[in-house]
Design a protein around this ligand. Sequence first.
Ligand code: CA2
Length: 165
Amino acid sequence: MLRILVLHGPNLNLLGNREQSIYGTTSLEAIDSSLRRLGEELGVELVIRQSNHEGELVTWIQEARQDCHGIIINPAAYTHTSIAIRDALAAVDLPTVEVHLSNIYRREMFRQHSYVSGIAVAQVSGFGPSGYLLALRGICEHLAMSSVASKPEASSTVRSRLGLT
Ligand code: CA2
């Protein structure tokens, strides 16, 4: 079974309570529940974590190497500052999809550069909470198709649930 690590960066635990005009009214718990529902539908296991600490995120990324097949990450403000998170993602070398609730390219200049995008398979930016679901479908399709040749049995469930077989 495919296993995906979903990481939420700093302050995303406040979603739904503050800055609703930018980030909407959906709580992080609601986003995680909808991800878990889609994960069940697709037959993939999700490990979902949030941290306000850069080092903790780095440690979880490093640990993913042992038992995860891909990473979905919203690094939040660390997107624009953290070479450590980029280096950790590059080191584990797992397919990574970067997610942002807001369209970072329509916002302040300092948000328009991402240290993560250069090592990511894809970036989803501006679709709000649905962006996480798009990222999950996208990373599953990417993993399913890339492992077809080497390990057809590892991803046959997700392939058929995505309508790829
Ligand atoms: O659009 C995104 O998803 C961001 O990653 C969100 C980050 C921001 O620093 C990035 O530039 C874009 C901020 C997350 C903080 O979320 C809050 C939610 C509610 C109240 C305050 C902050």
